[in-house]
Ligand binder design. Structure first.
Ligand SMILES: *Cc1c(COP(=O)(O)O)cnc(C)c1O
Length: 365
């Protein structure tokens, strides 16, 4: 048996979570929700930032309604909030899931006639109900809404989800109209439609409860939210080796970069296994106190190499900032802001920091 007698040495990857910015973002989105209150999507371990880092700050800011996708995500959230404050978006597909919901007191979001039957057969009480108004993933189809089974449900929040909230698309208006039609058919106590971008569409879309996720964690899905949202996640990676290259020396797999003259380079403990994907590629860079250190060659699983020309003072053990102002990072990497957050790997030491490098320093990228 390995009893881990030794404490592991400090990590070479760290991810600071600015909970002051997180709380600020929730309050800003709550205010933008008008007379509605903002909830919080905390699925996927708070979009990769850590339930235990984020949920307490959201609770303190005033959030009362939390959404996860999977039943496996429920327990960590229940360390911080009461069961009736948690809803599970995937709902109950099996009796086993329904029994878990009843035992924990957490609310499923019922998504189909099958789920409604599973829930009622298990003796489930209050639930939420998702109607599909045009995204065609989960949710009851408009033709199913008059099924007598649904009249037996005790629905707290009637929900739907927008497909194109960040686009100013005509689909938004069509979905809102379809949602209103569903509201007239199904008894419920409250309504909820808008995700982060949906909040920016205006008060009509806010209903009683909004469900921001991305924007809580520093994502800016639409320019309409830009002035309101602060960066929350600040990843850093350490230099683990420094070397000199001569003209003709090549760097990394497939020798994609070749030095044209002598240069000093740093090997950094950051790779695609940490969510720093190859798509950062040739245009990628890391930063140190406003200085840009370009990537050389391909991103490896555990390492990247950067040009230290701009930072001759840096050496082994120094920390570099991964540029994570999300709208800019999405442009540079070709990844979505959602992917940038949720792919950050398990090797980052995640910690709560009340004060992080300012947005401005990161935005200069
Ligand atoms: C993920 C999710 C949200 C949050 O969406 P964001 O775009 O991250 O704000 C809201 N509602 C549902 C149903 C979701 O699946």
């Amino acid at each position: 048996m390995n009893t881990h007698p030794q404490t592991p040495p400090p990590r070479t990857l760290r991810l600071a979570i600015d909970t002051t910015a997180l709380a600020h973002n929730w309050r800003a989105l709550d205010k933008l929700s008008g007379t509605a209150r903002a909830g919080a999507a905390v699925k996927a371990d708070c979009y990769g930032l850590g339930t235990h880092n984020c949920v307490p700050a959201l609770v303190e800011a005033g959030a009362r309604d939390f959404f996860v996708a999977h039943w496996s995500e429920v327990a960590p959230v229940l360390d911080h909030v009461a069961p009736q404050q948690v809803a599970v978006l995937h709902g109950v597909m099996t009796g086993e899931e329904a029994r878990y919901a009843i035992a924990t007191g957490v609310r499923p979001v019922i998504n189909s006639l099958h789920q409604a039957k599973v829930w009622l057969d298990a003796g489930g009480a209050t639930c939420n109900l998702m109607v599909d108004t045009g995204i065609n993933r989960l949710g009851l189809a408009p033709t199913e809404l008059s099924d007598p089974l649904l009249a037996r449900l005790d629905v707290e929040v009637l929900m739907s989800h927008l497909s194109s909230a960040e686009e100013h698309s005509a689909a938004n208006g069509h979905q809102l109209a379809a949602f209103r039609a569903a509201q007239a058919l199904l008894p419920h106590r409250e309504t909820s439609l808008a995700n982060s971008a949906g909040i920016a569409l205006g008060r009509d879309y806010s209903c009683d409860l909004t469900r921001p996720g991305l924007a809580l964690y520093g994502g800016v899905p639409t320019p309409d939210l830009a002035g309101h949202i602060r960066q929350v996640a600040f990843p850093q990676a350490a230099i683990i080796h420094v070397r000199r290259l001569e003209a003709g020396d090549a760097v990394g797999y497939n020798r994609e970069f070749t030095a044209s003259g002598p240069m000093r380079v740093g090997t950094v403990s950051l790779g695609y296994a940490d969510g720093f994907l190859r798509s950062w590629g040739a245009k990628g860079f890391l930063r140190h106190q406003g200085r840009t250190l370009r990537l050389l060659g391909k991103v490896s699983m555990d390492m990247v190499v950067v040009d230290l020309a701009e930072a001759p003072d840096l050496g082994v053990g120094d920390w570099l900032d991964v540029p994570y102002h999300l709208p800019d990072a999405a442009q540079h990497s070709g990844l979505s802001q959602y992917e940038l957050l949720t792919t950050l790997g398990h090797r980052f030491e995640r910690s709560v920091k009340a004060h992080c490098p300012s947005d401005a320093a990161n935005a200069k990228a």
